[in-house]
Design a protein around this ligand. Structure first.
Ligand SMILES: NC(=O)c1ccc[n+]([C@@H]2O[C@H](COP(=O)([O-])OP(=O)(O)OC[C@H]3O[C@@H](n4cnc5c(N)ncnc54)[C@H](O)[C@@H]3O)[C@@H](O)[C@H]2O)c1
Length: 374
């Protein structure tokens, strides 16, 4: 059986989804949709896709799709996903799943009711590097896992939380075997964030086109409590990218450390190991790179690196064909968004916040609607 795939939103990330569908065996990319006909035709010409739409409902009604990738900005993820579910189409949705838990819940309910899968595309966890790092930790390579540290790419924290933060929460969920609580502190221009600092993401971050809804703060420190007692620490602050990307987890154990970071020259992720629990600049024992069998990176005979969406798409294809749940489907689809809400709830309450949250409305929008200014 060949799955018929479509994509809604033909901007930057759609290339990764188109590449995935064009290279996965048993999947054919048959239709694309974008309200911007230049973006639509550019992507469709690039992948030789003939069926082109400017209205996603029309594409869903006419194409008999099995799977659709939702690649618009976050506020449109819910209406497009719900329309796809109602047309009986499985959904691979770009992160963040939505702008708030209320909409995330509606997306999950619509897909459950229609009997289709909904998965969110946090592709990193599927990479052989992440899988191998986890198996090393389980085998005791770094002793007891104590904490995982992640640092943002340097954009304003409220914006970054929805871009890289959700990926990091998913990585922590993966390595910590689940997240049970969060504690956060957020500042804006040097002072603790109050309701007066809540704004639209485009006002906070003027250097990025993406709409991430209502956000707050330029600096965040978030503590994450794993279900088995290990911690996550996420730091988001404005910084220049002089030293390349810092993205990727730093895993600290009682008897060693692991790090997955992109090589600044090639941009390709590498896994590194240090046999000590702490390291000092002048006395750091040599870190050694852990090589992984090249054939682990192969899909359809080609080698793919960590950041390729093909890892998420492959997991979704298997779920559809085998009738199993996708790894980031069901409640797992919403975990990283749950962490976003908990970050704000924790900051404003000054409390450690257990997950899952009972309150599902957007914690910042709720404050704005109540007219609070503290
Ligand atoms: N998983 C990852 O690593 C990763 C990387 C980059 C971006 N993303 C996510 O992907 C999403 C899209 O980001 P992007 O960088 O591709 O954005 P983009 O601005 O490049 O593209 C968005 C596209 O959606 C189109 N669009 C808007 N309204 C539409 C509608 N009603 N119907 C059809 N198309 C519509 C726009 O015309 C535009 O072409 C965001 O949620 C972003 O966070 C994920």
């Amino acid at each position: 059986m060949t799955l018929r795939a479509g994509i809604v939103g033909c901007g930057g990330i759609s290339r990764s989804h188109a590449t995935a569908y064009a290279n996965l065996e048993g999947v054919a990319l048959v239709a694309l949709c974008d309200i911007n006909s230049d973006a639509l035709n550019t992507r469709a010409d690039e992948y030789g896709v003939l069926n082109r739409y400017t209205d996603y409902e029309e594409m869903f009604a006419r194409e008999g799709l099995d799977i659709v990738s939702v690649c618009t900005h976050a506020p449109l993820h819910a209406p497009i996903t719900i329309a796809a579910a109602q047309a009986g189409i499985h959904v691979l949705c770009e992160k963040p799943l939505s702008v708030d838990l209320e909409n995330g819940d509606r997306m999950l309910a619509a897909c459950r009711e229609a009997g289709v899968h909904l998965a969110v595309s946090h592709q990193f966890r599927f990479s052989p590097l992440f899988r191998h790092a986890k198996s090393l930790i389980e085998a005791g390579k770094i002793g007891e896992l104590r904490s995982i540290r992640e640092v943002g790419k340097g954009r304003e924290a409220g914006f970054e939380l929805m871009e890289m933060g959700v990926h990091y929460f998913d990585e922590m969920d993966f390595f910590l075997d689940g997240i049970s609580w969060m504690q956060a502190h957020i500042t804006y221009q040097g002072h603790d964030v109050t309701a007066a600092d809540i704004m639209h993401s485009s006002e906070l971050c003027k250097t990025d086109r993406r709409d991430n809804g209502i956000v707050a703060g330029d600096t965040m420190l978030v503590h994450i409590g794993g279900t088995k007692g290990s911690y996550g620490i996420m730091e988001l602050y404005c910084r220049q990218r002089r030293h390349g990307w810092m993205m990727g987890p730093h895993l600290l154990g009682s008897e060693g450390q692991l790090m997955i970071k992109p090589n600044p020259e090639t941009g390709i992720d590498e896994l590194w190991y240090c046999p000590f629990d702490v390291s000092f600049a002048a006395h750091t024992p040599a870190w050694e790179q852990i090589e992984i069998d090249a054939d682990k990176f192969l899909i359809s005979g080609k080698a793919w690196q960590t950041r390729h969406t093909i890892w998420s798409a492959q997991n979704m294809r298997e779920a559809i064909l085998n009738g199993t749940a996708p790894e980031l489907g069901g409640r797992n689809a919403i975990t990283s968004l749950e962490c976003v809400s908990a970050t704000y709830v924790s900051h404003f309450s000054g409390q450690k916040v257990p997950l899952p949250l009972a309150e599902r409305s957007h914690p910042l929008v709720k404050r704005l609607n109540r007219g609070e200014n503290q």
